[in-house]
Design a protein around this ligand. Structure first.
Ligand SMILES: NC(=O)c1ccc[n+]([C@@H]2O[C@H](COP(=O)([O-])OP(=O)(O)OC[C@H]3O[C@@H](n4cnc5c(N)ncnc54)[C@H](OP(=O)(O)O)[C@@H]3O)[C@@H](O)[C@H]2O)c1
Length: 386
């Protein structure tokens, strides 16, 4: 034990009134460690006036948290419909402007900010309008794009310079699976056009963690915490990638503070993670029940209409056109300051957050495999394999 740690434990013992006992009970020590002051986020050298287009969905509340901790002033712009399920209390510390990017951005007129974070657009017209409106006062415009911009997911190690999708009709505004990537790529172009010396494009992979409204990655901690026989997709060695919304938020603010212009894939973890590592890693911090994982191959899943990504979340079979979908190269982001929380932290916090949601919300998850379907397909798998 280092002397600092020894001192801390001694202090904890003293604080708990356990002087004179050689050992503090494990529960008491855990309590003391939990209530110990957390390390503070150091303040940035310069306080910035930040405008977040969005701010109340998933990443926004963490951008607000980190930006305030760094000493920045924050304004958010949205329709006032979405209520965050984390960090609500921070909304009283930001300026809130109300409008609709589709037809009413008057609340932004006359405003002045140092930097803009555009979370809420997947429509080029929306980004063009807000980038035009802010370009004379702001020095930086960060557009939250997506790794879905890439037109070819077959290569292992796709990086920021690989080609992006092009839409046949670039005036289309309907967001579908077929148009989303191309639309995001056009939003990126609008950003670069309006801010030739101040554009930052961040392309996240699957964003995960507390506050996620999609319930995709959340499926795994919630399912594993229930124990029993868990259906696991494909092979234990299939790759998987994701990014914790808090790591994404901190990276985005960091890029703005450092004015690290350019385009960044934002996905983790640092090195390749397999599905087995993901599921066993989640198990280690979420469940002490009896549990087993049954790996069901991709073809069998397809035959039984179990969908990759939306039902077997955070996974697609790594072959053919999708061979590289879970193996993006993140080295440029990492060199620019992208950091990753341990999987255990993301998994535990996600489950803890899920358990704070109302029962009517958690009763009908928006993604993941229905328990009855899981049982049915597992039974068919065992029958086939004798
Ligand atoms: N989730 C993923 O796995 C993933 C992966 C890759 C990329 N992305 C991208 O990440 C970005 C960040 O999303 P987020 O939810 O984390 O951001 P966020 O800023 O936390 O939430 C989205 C915000 O947009 C506002 N909004 C929606 N429609 C609007 C409109 N018409 N006018 C004005 N404001 C509007 C919402 O509030 P109101 O509803 O109150 O207006 C909400 O505040 C998105 O662009 C998404 O495409 C997501």
């Amino acid at each position: 034990m280092t002397s600092t740690r020894r001192d801390f434990v001694r202090t904890a013992v003293t604080a708990s009134g356990a002087i004179g006992t050689a050992l503090l009970s494990r529960e008491a020590l855990a309590q003391e460690l939990e209530s110990a002051p957390q390390p503070k986020v150091p303040r940035a050298q310069e306080s910035l006036r930040l405008l977040i287009l969005g701010g109340t969905g998933f990443t926004g509340p963490f951008q607000i948290e980190y930006a305030l901790a760094r000493g920045h002033e924050v304004t958010i712009f949205n329709r006032g419909r979405t209520q965050p399920t984390v960090n609500q209390e921070l909304l009283s510390r930001v300026t809130q402007l109300v409008g609709d990017r589709d037809n009413d951005i008057t609340a932004l007129q006359g405003g002045s900010w140092d930097a803009v974070i555009d979370n809420s657009s997947s429509i080029p017209r929306w980004t063009r309008q807000t980038a035009e409106l802010t370009k004379d006062t702001a020095h930086t415009y960060l557009f939250t794009s997506s790794l879905s911009v890439h037109s070819d997911n077959s290569k292992i190690g796709i990086n920021e310079d690989d080609p992006v999708a092009e839409l046949e009709d670039p005036t289309v505004e309907e967001i579908t699976g077929a148009t989303y990537g191309g639309l995001k790529a056009l939003c990126e172009e609008e950003t670069r056009k309006a801010f030739p010396n101040g554009a930052i494009i961040v392309r996240p992979g699957l964003i995960v963690g507390p506050g996620d409204r999609s319930d995709r990655w959340t499926y795994w901690p919630v399912r594993i915490a229930r124990g029993g026989e868990v259906m696991a997709p494909g092979t234990p060695d299939d790759p998987t990638q994701h990014i914790d919304a808090r790591d994404l938020a901190e990276f985005q603010i960091h890029l703005i503070e450092q004015r690290k212009l350019g385009t960044y894939s934002a996905v983790g973890p640092l090195s390749q993670l397999t599905m087995a590592e993901l599921l066993y890693g989640i198990r280690a911090v979420t469940s002490n029940l009896e549990i087993s994982f049954t790996w069901v191959d991709a073809d069998f899943l397809a035959e039984h209409e179990v969908r990759a990504w939306s039902e077997m979340t955070s996974w697609v079979p790594p072959r053919g056109e999708m061979a590289g979908f879970s193996s993006f190269d993140n080295s440029r982001g990492v060199a620019a300051g992208l950091r990753f929380r341990p999987l255990a932290v993301t998994a535990k916090d996600t489950l803890d957050w899920w358990q704070t949601l109302p029962a009517e919300r958690t009763a009908s998850p928006r993604a993941g495999l229905d328990p009855e379907k899981e049982k049915r397909v597992l039974a068919a798998w065992h029958e086939r394999n004798g």
